[in-house]
Structure formats: C-alpha cells, structure tokens
Design a protein around this ligand. Structure first.
Ligand code: GTP
Ligand code: MG
Length: 195
C-alpha cells in the first residue's frame, strides 16, 4: 500500500471568536464551503481518520473554527459552513464574520480550499458571495469539487470543465471520500503548498 501523505493528526482547538484566531503558529490549509458540502469528511479522508472532524448528514455540524494539528507542524483548519438556512440571521452573521476574520488574520495560510458540491448544476448565491469576497480581498483559492462518486464519468468531466472555464486562474480538482486515488492526489497536491 502507498505511504500516507499525512501521517499523524490530532484535534488541536476550536475557536469561536475572532480575537482567539491563531495568527501565525504553523503553516495552514483551510477548508471553506457551504454547510454539508463535505469539508469535515474531506479532512478526515486526507488525514486517514474516521471521526477526527465531526461529520453529519444534516447541515450545520461544524460550529466554530476547528484546528487539527498534522504531523506536529501544520494545521488543517475546518471552517464553519455557510449558506445554512436553519440558523438565525444573527448566528449566520456571526459565523460569516468569524470566517472573514480568519481569512484576514491568518498569516500562515498557505492554501485555501473552497469546496463546492459537484452535483450542483448552478452556482449557489452563497458561494458566489464568498467568491466575490475572496476576489475582492485578493485571497487566492483552489476549488475542490466534492462527492464526485455521485456523478457518472461523463458528467464529472463536464462539470470539471465547466468550473475550469469559469475559473481559469484557479486550480479545480475533483474529490470523493470514496476514491482512494483522488484522496491521494489531493493530499499530494496540498502538501506542495506546505513546503
Ligand atoms: P458542516 O460542518 O455542516 O459545514 O458540513 P461539512 O461541509 O463539514 O460536511 P460533512 O463532512 O459533515 O458531510 C456532510 C454529508 O456529506 C455527510 O453525510 C457525509 O457523509 C457526506 N459526504 C461527504 N463527502 C462525501 C463524498 O465524497 N461522497 C459522498 N457520497 N458523501 C459524502
Ligand atoms: Mg463540518
């Protein structure tokens, strides 16, 4: 069996207010996207752990910013999901502010991964707003199209091309927690940004 790219991982801390954000401790990879898109599942898959980041089939599972310490020298950062209808407006604004503070404050953020569900035919308004914000603040990001196991090969190729055409300057990668090769390819790709 191929050697894992990331060998060791543990939960580090949950941060729920902007003043507690870790500004510059270890080089970081952050995962951003709508609630239920698969951020926590992807982190577990990349780290070869089943339940390190808590996942759920109902949206809104991850509250706060969860830092995972990887190989004692990197952070994987699981950000709260946005676009989740079943929370109050006040709470939605709170999480959005926390996400924005994180993105503005983290000095060692090496690569930001924006996750989008590969089954979506149309862009979601909340994703477009997030992307506008990232572009306005000149925050580079890559796009990970999640849950590709739910698509046919043809459909996946079509979706990849659609996103790549729409975002010619961003890397776009397919991902599924059920596909060992995609997990390995993604881990390898992300690791490059940490060295
Ligand atoms: P929040 O914490 O609410 O923001 O959600 P999240 O983005 O962390 O999503 P999470 O990882 O909890 O996954 C949501 C649901 O999607 C769970 O039921 C997962 O099992 C499922 N899921 C995640 N990734 C995949 C995938 O690649 N393929 C399939 N088929 N299901 C997936
Ligand atoms: Mg989550």
């Amino acid at each position: 069996m191929a050697k894992p790219i990331f060998k060791q991982a543990e939960f580090f801390i949950t941060v729920k207010s902007a003043d507690k954000i870790l500004k510059a401790v270890y080089p970081e990879i952050a995962f951003l996207g709508r609630s239920n898109v698969g951020k926590s599942s992807l982190i577990n898959a990349l780290l070869g752990k089943k339940n390190l980041a808590l996942t759920s089939s109902s949206p809104g599972k991850t509250r706060g910013i969860n830092y995972f310490l990887v190989d004692k020298k990197y952070f994987f950062v699981d950000l709260p999901g946005y676009g989740f209808a079943k929370i109050s407006k006040a709470e939605r604004i709170k999480w959005q502010n926390l996400i924005e503070s994180y993105l503005l404050k983290s000095k060692l953020l090496k690569i930001l991964c924006l996750l989008i569900d590969s089954r979506r035919e149309e862009f979601m308004e909340s994703d477009l707003q997030m992307i506008d914000w990232l572009q306005y603040h000149e925050k580079p990001f890559i796009i990970l199209l999640t849950k590709t196991d739910k698509l046919s090969k043809n459909k996946m190729a079509h979706t990849l091309k659609k996103y790549q055409d729409y975002f010619p300057d961003n890397h776009v990668l397919p991902f599924s927690i059920k596909d060992k090769k995609l997990i390995m390819d993604t881990a390898l790709f992300l690791k490059k940004f940490l060295t």
